[in-house]
Design a protein around this ligand. Structure first.
Ligand code: AMP
Ligand code: MN
Ligand code: MN
Ligand code: MN
Length: 284
C-alpha cells in the first residue's frame, strides 16, 4: 500500500473539508505525501502546505483543470505547479468565470424539470462561490429530500443528457497543459476510465487518440490508480501509459467523508510496469 495521494478536494472547490481538515485527515490516515487538487482553483494550497509541513508530510501543489475536448469534458491534474505563475492564475480565472451563469442555467433547467428554486440552496454548499458546481447542487437536492444521495442526483438530474445538465465550454486541452508546464508542473490525465463509461462516453479508439494528443501536447502522466478505476482498469491504463511513454499517478479523488469512493491514501500499489510520476518531484 502506498502512502501517497495526489488527487483530492477541499471546500475551495467541491470537497466538504477545509484544506486544514483535509490535510489533518490525510496525516491521521498515514499519508506521507499528498497534493491538493481543487477544481480550477489554487486558493487552498498555501493553507494546506503549512499544515502538511507542520505535520511532517511532503506537500505538492496541485490543481484539477476542467477541459473541453471534442464533445467530452476531461480533467487534467497539474502537479508540482508554481501556483503564482501568471498564465496559470489567469487561465484558471477564465475557466472559473463561466460557473455563475452556468449555475443560473442549471437552476432554470431543473425548474423546468419540476425541481424549482434550488440556486440559493446550491450556493449554501459552495464555500467558494466562484467555484459553484454540480456537486453543490447535488448536496442541496439531497438535503431537500429530492434524492437519497449525491450519486443518485447525478444519475437522475446532473449527468450529461439529464434534465439539469448544462453544456459548458471549459479550457482547451493545449492551453491547460501549457499553463501547467509553464508553471513548472506535470500534466496528468485524471481518471481516464471515467471517460469510457456511460451513455456519452468515448470508445477505445477515441481514448487512444486522446492519449496520443495529450502526450503530443506535453502531457506527461496518467492516473492509473484512482478511486474510480476497477482493478482491470489499473492494468488497462498501466498498459496505455507504457504504450504512450507516460508516467503514472495515484490519487483517491476524495471529496468528503460520506461521499467518496475512496478515503484519503491507503491506495493500491501501481502495477509494476508503471513508472511513478512522483520520481519527478518527491524527495525520497
Ligand atoms: P462540475 O465541474 O461542476 O461539472 O462538477 C464536476 C464534479 O461533479 C466532479 O468533480 C465530481 O466531483 C462530481 N461528479 C461528476 N459526476 C458524478 C457522479 N456520477 N457521481 C457523483 N459525483 C459526480
Ligand atoms: Mn469534484
Ligand atoms: Mn475529476
Ligand atoms: Mn477530482
Amino acid at each position: 500500500m502506498l502512502d501517497y495521494d495526489f488527487h483530492c478536494h477541499s471546500n475551495i472547490s467541491d470537497g466538504t473539508l477545509t484544506p486544514t481538515e483535509l490535510v489533518q485527515r490525510a496525516a491521521g490516515r498515514g499519508v506521507k505525501a499528498m497534493a491538493l487538487t481543487d477544481h480550477d482553483d489554487v486558493d487552498g494550497l498555501d493553507e494546506a502546505r503549512a499544515v502538511a509541513e507542520s505535520l511532517g508530510m511532503q506537500f505538492i501543489n496541485g490543481v484539477e483543470i476542467s477541459v473541453s475536448w471534442r464533445s467530452h469534458t476531461l480533467h487534467i491534474v497539474g502537479l508540482n505547479v508554481d501556483h503564482h505563475y501568471p498564465p496559470l492564475v489567469e487561465g484558471l480565472s477564465g475557466v472559473r468565470s463561466g460557473r455563475g451563469a452556468r449555475a443560473q442555467k442549471m437552476s432554470d433547467e431543473l425548474a423546468k424539470a419540476g425541481v424549482g428554486g434550488v440556486l440559493a440552496g446550491a450556493y449554501k454548499y459552495a464555500s467558494n462561490p466562484n467555484m459553484i458546481g454540480r456537486t453543490h447542487f447535488a448536496r442541496y437536492l439531497v438535503e431537500s429530500g429530492q434524492c437519497k444521495d449525491v450519486k443518485s442526483v447525478f444519475n437522475r438530474y446532473l449527468a450529461k443528457g439529464k434534465p439539469g445538465y448544462v453544456p459548458h465550454q471549459w479550457a482547451n486541452l493545449a492551453d491547460a497543459i501549457s499553463w501547467i508546464n509553464g508553471a513548472g508542473g506535470v500534466a496528468v490525465l485524471a481518471h481516464p476510465g471515467r471517460y469510457m463509461v456511460g451513455k456519452h462516453s468515448m470508445g477505445k479508439k477515441t481514448m487512444l487518440e486522446l492519449l496520443a494528443e495529450f502526450a503530443e501536447l506535453g502531457g506527461r502522466a496518467v492516473e492509473v490508480v484512482t478511486g474510480s478505476h476497477t482493478q482491470e482498469q489499473y492494468a488497462e491504463f498501466a498498459r496505455y501509459a507504457e504504450q504512450f511513454n507516460l508516467l503514472s499517478s495515484v490519487g483517491s479523488d476524495f471529496h468528503g467523508p460520506q461521499e467518496s469512493y475512496r478515503d484519503l491514501g491507503r491506495l493500491p500499489d501501481l502495477p509494476l510496469i508503471c513508472r511513478p510520476v512522483w520520481q519527478l518531484f518527491l524527495v525520497q
